[in-house]
Design a protein around this ligand. Sequence first.
Ligand SMILES: *[C@@H]1O[C@H](CO)[C@@H](O)[C@H](O)[C@H]1NC(C)=O
Ligand SMILES: *[C@@H]1O[C@H](CO)[C@@H](O)[C@H](O)[C@H]1NC(C)=O
Ligand SMILES: *[C@@H]1O[C@H](CO)[C@@H](O)[C@H](O)[C@H]1NC(C)=O
Ligand SMILES: *[C@@H]1O[C@H](CO)[C@@H](O)[C@H](O)[C@H]1NC(C)=O
Ligand SMILES: *[C@@H]1O[C@H](CO)[C@@H](O)[C@H](O)[C@H]1NC(C)=O
Ligand SMILES: *[C@@H]1O[C@H](CO)[C@@H](O)[C@H](O)[C@H]1NC(C)=O
Ligand SMILES: *[C@@H]1O[C@H](CO)[C@@H](O)[C@H](O)[C@H]1NC(C)=O
Ligand SMILES: *[C@@H]1O[C@H](CO)[C@@H](O)[C@H](O)[C@H]1NC(C)=O
Length: 349
Amino acid sequence: MRRPLRDFRASVLLVLFLLLSAVEVVDASCECGFYMNDTRDYFTHIIYNNFSAFPATKPLRSNPDFAQNWVIQEWSVPPGNWVTPLGISNKEENVFLKDGNLVLRQQGYSKENILKGANVSVASIASASGDIIHGSFRAEFKMENATGGSCGGFFWYRDDQNEIDIEILSREFKPDMFMVHYTTHPALDEKGQLVKNATEVIPLRGDHPARSFQRHRFDWTSEELRFYQNSTQVHANAWRVPDAPGYVYLNVWADAGAWSGLPSTTDVFLTVKSIAIFHNTSASDQGLDKAFNMRCEKAGGPSNTTICLDTNIESGKMDLLSSASTVVPSRVWVLSLLCVVFGIVVSIL
Ligand SMILES: *[C@@H]1O[C@H](CO)[C@@H](O)[C@H](O)[C@H]1NC(C)=O
Ligand SMILES: *[C@@H]1O[C@H](CO)[C@@H](O)[C@H](O)[C@H]1NC(C)=O
Ligand SMILES: *[C@@H]1O[C@H](CO)[C@@H](O)[C@H](O)[C@H]1NC(C)=O
Ligand SMILES: *[C@@H]1O[C@H](CO)[C@@H](O)[C@H](O)[C@H]1NC(C)=O
Ligand SMILES: *[C@@H]1O[C@H](CO)[C@@H](O)[C@H](O)[C@H]1NC(C)=O
Ligand SMILES: *[C@@H]1O[C@H](CO)[C@@H](O)[C@H](O)[C@H]1NC(C)=O
Ligand SMILES: *[C@@H]1O[C@H](CO)[C@@H](O)[C@H](O)[C@H]1NC(C)=O
Ligand SMILES: *[C@@H]1O[C@H](CO)[C@@H](O)[C@H](O)[C@H]1NC(C)=O
C-alpha cells in the first residue's frame, strides 16, 4: 500500500521542483522606477508590451493589456493638394495580433481605388496617455510586403512644434540597407532653412535588413535627443529639445505625396514584436507624482530591488507585474496550492 503513495509524493516533488526551476524569471513591480543601464538615465513609468505573451483575443481593443496602454486610431484625413493627393483613413480593422506580433496594416491600393479617389486604408495606434515627457522609446519592428510606397513611423507627438520622429520608407528598401529618418520638429527655422541636426538620415545596413526585426530607439532628456539603431547610438540633437508632454504613436500610411510615394498595391505590414517605453510624466518629472512617491516609499524607497534595470526587462529576465500589482501572480498562486497539496500528502503518510 505504501509504494503508490511514495510514487505520488515523488511526482509531487518533481512537479514542485520543475515549477521552482521555471521561476527563474523574477516578477518585479519596479515601484521606484527604472534605470537605463547604458545611459544611467532614470525614469519613473513604463509602457511595456511583449506581444508574443499576449493571448490572441479578438478584438485587440478588448484586450486589457493592450487597451490600458494604447488607443487604436480611427480618423481620416481628406485628400489635400498636390502635396497630399489622396485621403487616408485610419481603421481599426488594420490593427491586429498575428503570430505573436502586433500588426499595423496599410491595405493594398489598386488602380480601381485610384479611379474612385478612395482613401488609403491605413493604421495608427497612440498611447492612451498624453502625459509623456522625457523617456527612452523603443520598438522592435519590420515593414513587409510593400509593392510601392509606405511610410512606417514610430514617434512622439504633441503638436507640429513638438515632435520626435523615426520613419522608414518602403521606397528606400535595398537588399543591403534601408534609410532611417530621424527628425525633430520643427525641422525648419523661421526663414524656411533646415535646422542643423534637426533631421538626419542614417542607413541601417545588413543582409536584407528590411526583412528582419530591427530595434529602433530614441531617448529624450531635458538636455538632448539621442537616436539608436539596435543598441548603438547613431545621432544626437541638442537643438530645440521639446519641453512639454505628448503622445507616442506607431503608424503605417501612404497618401501618394512625395514622402510616402504612390501607395503600395499590396498590403503592407508593420509587424511589431515588442514596445518598451520608459518615461516620466509631467508630475513625476518634477518629483510631484504623489501616487508614485507613495508606492515607492511603501516598497522601502529607492534601492536595487525597487528600481529595475531596462536590460533586465527587455531581456525577459524580469517579468513586470501588471499595473494592478496587488494581484498575486499565477505562478505564486499555483505554488502555494501545490505546497498545500504536498502538505496534505505528507500528513497522510
Ligand atoms: C550594463 O552596463 C555595463 C557597463 O556600463 C556593461 O558592462 C554591461 O554589459 C551592461 N549590461 C547589459 C545587460 O547590457
Ligand atoms: C475619406 O476621408 C474623408 C475625409 O476625412 C471622409 O469624409 C470620408 O468618409 C472618407 N472616405 C471613406 C470611404 O472612408
Ligand atoms: C503580400 O503581397 C502579395 C502580392 O505581392 C500578396 O499576394 C500577398 O497576399 C501579400 N501577403 C499577405 C500575407 O497578405
Ligand atoms: C541590428 O540587429 C539585427 C539583428 O540582430 C541585425 O540583423 C542588424 O544588422 C543590426 N543592425 C545594425 C545597424 O546594427
Ligand atoms: C549634432 O549632431 C552631432 C552628430 O550626431 C553631435 O555630435 C552633436 O553633438 C550635435 N550637436 C548639437 C548641437 O546637437
Ligand atoms: C525623470 O524624473 C525624475 C524625477 O522623478 C528625475 O530625477 C529624472 O532626472 C527624470 N529623467 C530625465 C531623463 O529627465
Ligand atoms: C546594488 O547596487 C549597488 C550600487 O549600485 C551595487 O554595488 C550592488 O552590487 C547592487 N546589488 C545587487 C544585488 O544588485
Ligand atoms: C515574451 O513572451 C514570450 C512568451 O511568453 C517569452 O517566451 C519571451 O521570453 C518574452 N520575451 C521577453 C523579452 O520578455
